[in-house]
Design a protein around this ligand. Structure first.
Ligand SMILES: [Fe+2]
Length: 140
């Protein structure tokens, strides 16, 4: 949902979203939550609520984690350790499109150490990995 405007308006990401969301009577809170994930990237709407801070922090991080998971023999987050993710995070050439600055800023917004953000995000992805895979298969 947070990338509601991205496919149709990639150059106006998070800027076109309010208009689209108003069409479905989304609340002001919902619009703020969605648009604030582009803070400092494409809009100046700051994440305020904890959920918004988490969305901001994990949007880039889940991309990095998934890229790292695909490099593993298991092709999974299930056996991924924080230490291994930290190495990928430090390697600027790895998944270069995933902004380390945004991830760092996200952890800062939450008041969490990077390790804590990494651990919680790996665990959350691990928990939903099978379900997502199943749903993706059903779409094909
Ligand atoms: Fe986005």
């Amino acid at each position: 949902m947070h990338d509601v405007d991205f496919e149709q308006y990639p150059d106006e990401h998070c800027k076109k979203a309010p208009e689209l969301l108003k069409e479905i009577d989304a609340s002001g809170e919902m619009i703020h939550a969605i648009c604030s994930h582009g803070y400092g990237i494409c809009v100046d709407i700051k994440p305020e609520h904890d959920m918004e801070k988490i969305l901001f922090a994990v949007d880039e991080l889940t991309g990095l984690i998934w890229a790292a998971a695909k490099m593993r023999e298991s092709k999974s987050t299930k056996d991924m350790e924080v230490s291994s993710l930290k190495k990928k995070f430090k390697d600027k050439k790895f998944a270069a499109g995933c902004s380390r600055d945004v991830i760092r800023q996200g952890a800062e917004f939450l008041g969490w150490e990077l390790d804590t953000l990494f651990e919680k995000t790996i665990l959350a992805m691990r928990e939903s990995e099978d379900k997502i895979e199943e749903e993706m298969k059903s779409l094909n």
